[in-house]
Design a protein around this ligand. Structure first.
Ligand code: OSB
Ligand code: MG
Length: 368
């Protein structure tokens, strides 16, 4: 199918909560949205890279430069047989999977709409509701944390993930575990520890966590394998998994027992599906992560999480937790810990242009 035009709109959205992790505090998101147009249709994607490189190396400014000067000039004005061909055209550029994912994911949406199919069906999904939990940032104190955990368990969320860092780890897990002995609990360190702190991390073993997410460096595999040798709790890798190859290496080396898949972190739906397939070949579970997405990225993630290997609850909780007002018209709300897949062709959401124009801070268009 033909791509005739691309439009990038950058919006700035205030978060409803202060999201503190080991790598910083987030109170808003700077979100580049991509619209691909062709055959009278539109496909959408959002960039999950951060303003500053605090999660992985990618930044919004870097992505905008690549999109404008390299990726979009290559894909606009041409015919594409399928999403794999678009991904293959971008593959010679090194790295930058999040920027590449914007193009690939928008094309998947456009492609699915062109075929009048929901995205999940083209991806090979097997369910129409996906199990979800929540990711809770570092709070002011233990009492507030326990209260917040209770609120989300009452709402039906199936797993609670607590952000930890040195000095905010054992005591918070102990307090939450004491209050909720049966809850599915996990922790996410976002690379705040080193292998020399293995004993402190091993002290988490007694709290019956489902897994410990990304304790060590954002680009590390080998030290995680060493650490896993000293932990009973499975390690879940997030930042370190940027491709099916890194997923294979993590599982082969024993660096991870679980993988957090983020479609945009690994370069798009094609690679996310290959990560999923690698994990299945190792008989390991995956779950769908999140990057505080708007309805655009959230809808993509929900569709991708319908594949059979997504057996653990993901981070794709209700959009209304994050935004007073979303950039899409459709509400994306979980009930009883299950997030329904948006219906209709493609990702099943439409843009609220009136709101987008209000929060827009920049952008550009390109036509072939
Ligand atoms: O490490 O999973 C992470 C948010 C931004 C960047 C990294 C992470 C997160 C989250 C929140 O944990 C996931 C979400 O609620 O979207
Ligand atoms: Mg994480």
């Amino acid at each position: 199918m033909h791509i005739s035009e691309a439009e990038v709109v950058v919006v700035e959205l205030p978060l409803k909560f202060r999201f503190e992790t080991s790598f910083g505090v987030q109170t808003e998101r700077l979100v580049p949205l991509l619209v691909l147009r062709g055959e009278g249709l539109e496909g959408y994607a959002e960039g999950v890279m951060t303003r500053l490189p605090r999660y992985r190396e990618e930044t919004v400014a870097g992505a905008l430069d690549l999109l404008k000067n390299a990726f979009l000039p290559l894909v606009v004005g041409r015919d594409w047989p399928d999403p794999e061909a678009v991904a293959a055209a971008l593959a010679p550029f090194r790295g930058n999977p999040m920027a590449k994912a914007m193009v690939e994911m928008a094309f998947w949406d456009l492609w699915a709409r062109y075929h009048e199919e929901p995205l999940w069906r083209l991806l090979g999904g097997v369910r129409q509701k996906v199990p979800v939990g929540v990711s809770l940032g570092v709070q002011k104190d233990l009492r507030q944390t326990v209260e917040l955990v209770g609120k989300h368990l009452e709402e039906g969320y199936k797993r609670i993930k607590l952000k930890i860092k040195p000095g905010w780890d054992l005591q918070v897990v102990a307090a939450v575990r004491e209050a909720y002995p049966e809850a599915h609990l996990t922790v996410d360190a976002n690379s705040a520890y080193t292998l020399s702190q293995a004993r402190r991390l091993a002290a988490l073993d007694r709290y019956n966590l489902d897994y410990i997410e990304q304790p060590l460096a954002y680009d590390d595999i080998l030290d995680h394998a060493r650490l896993q040798g000293r932990l009973a709790t499975p390690i879940c890798l997030d930042e370190s998994i940027t491709s099916a190859r890194s997923a294979r290496q993590a599982l082969e080396s024993g660096a991870a027992g679980v993988i957090n898949v983020k479609v945009a972190r690994v370069g798009g739906h094609g690679e996310a599906r290959r990560v999923h397939d690698v994990a299945r070949a190792f008989d390991r579970p995956v779950w769908m992560g999140g990057m505080l997405e708007t309805g655009v990225g959230r809808a993509h993630n929900i569709h991708a999480a319908t594949l059979p290997g997504y057996v653990l609850p993901g981070d794709t909780s209700s959009a209304s937790r994050y935004w007073e007002k979303d950039v899409v018209n459709e509400p994306l709300e979980a009930a009883g810990g299950l997030m329904p897949v948006p219906a209709g062709p493609g990702i099943g959401v439409s843009l609220d242009w009136a709101y987008i124009d209000k929060v827009r801070t920049g952008g550009f268009s390109l036509s072939g």
